[in-house]
Design a protein around this ligand. Structure first.
Ligand code: FES
Length: 179
């Protein structure tokens, strides 16, 4: 199966204009050549499976089931082994992420300065609990421990950029610019 023709990938539907994504709505691998290139790059060797999964995640932003099944077949590694690796390493994701990633610090300094009120406000604003993704795939929201900017607490990272001195009363306004 290939990604040509009128088939629109789920990733394209969720993240128009963003690279990555290879799962069709029928559950097949839509960009088989891209996955094959990853396998070739690593010599189609089972011993390179972590690097293969890293490249797959770079391609799709997460590890889609269809691609994992395809890789399992292609290099003869049990699917259960792929899932064991994918769940063991925190860096791997098995579900797609939102267009914008919010990491709110709840470390000690941020906690003392109101991070939990900010967390509650974000959850109310986005209607999603920490650790989740909004149904429209606009935001993924998680809490993390110290981001190393305690002097500017409370802080969060949005798409890798620091947002400091958060205020639970204005957090909704701060999130408006992320479409
Ligand atoms: S505790 Fe939040 S940045 Fe250090």
């Amino acid at each position: 199966m290939s990604g040509t023709g009128s088939t629109r990938t789920i990733r394209e539907a969720l993240f128009p204009g963003r690279p990555g994504g290879a799962v069709t709505s029928s559950g097949g691998v839509s960009d088989e050549r891209a996955v094959q290139r990853i396998l070739e790059r690593h010599g189609r060797m089972a011993s390179q499976i972590i690097a293969i999964l890293q490249d797959l995640q770079a391609l799709c932003q997460y590890l889609p089931e269809a691609e994992l099944r395809f890789i399992s077949r292609e290099i003869d590694v049990p699917l259960t082994r792929l899932y064991a690796i994918a769940t063991f390493y925190k860096a791997f994701r098995l579900v797609p992420r939102g267009r914008h990633e919010i990491s709110l610090c709840t470390g000690t300094a941020c906690h003392v300065r109101g991070a939990m009120r900010v967390k509650d406000a974000i959850e109310r604003e986005l209607k999603v609990a920490a650790g989740g993704t909004t149904p429209d795939m606009r935001f993924s929201f998680e809490t993390v421990r110290c981001l190393g900017c305690c002097g500017q607490a409370p802080v969060m990272m949005v798409d890798g950029e620091l947002v400091s001195r958060l205020d639970h009363l204005t957090i909704g306004k701060a999130l408006e610019k992320y479409k």
